[in-house]
Ligand binder design. Structure first.
Ligand code: THU
Length: 129
């Protein structure tokens, strides 16, 4: 899927966001290596630490459905670019190769492209025993 196609899906997901506290509505579209798409939006909570970002919602949906091989993710928001937070970078690192692509977009004509390695250099991953 092209980055622009992924953007349209992610942008649509901002409408599903539950963000009554920050009012920052984030949408994500995750593409698996086989082309399957999983979507996510941020889901906030009155106990702020319970908030889940759009990226982690998309990835946990995928993993819970048995998908583990990821190609790329698009992140967008109601208010310009959304940069993956530190927790999401570490979360994605667990499942993604260094060449996994992360797009962040203020709008469809301003899509920025990064790799997993670029947004989390020297990232930590423990070998499963
Ligand atoms: N948020 C995301 O969902 N993804 C990001 O990449 C950045 C931040 C959410 C979490 C919270 O609901 C709101 O944006 C403000 O931090």
């Amino acid at each position: 899927m092209t980055d622009r196609e992924l953007y349209v899906i992610a942008k649509e997901m901002t409408k599903r966001s539950y963000a009554p506290f920050s009012k920052f509505c984030v949408g994500a579209a995750l593409e698996c290596k086989d082309g399957t798409i999983f979507t996510g939006c941020n889901v906030e909570n009155s106990s702020f630490g319970g908030t889940i970002c759009a990226e982690r919602v998309a990835m946990t949906k995928a993993i819970s459905e048995g998908y583990h091989d990821f190609k790329q993710i698009m992140i967008t928001s109601s208010g310009g670019e959304a940069w993956p937070c530190g927790i999401c970078r570490q979360f994605m690192k667990e499942f993604c190769d260094d060449d996994f692509i992360i797009y962040t977009a203020a709008d469809i004509d301003h899509i920025r492209k990064y790799t997993m390695d670029e947004i989390l250099p020297e990232g930590f991953r423990m070998e499963a025993k």
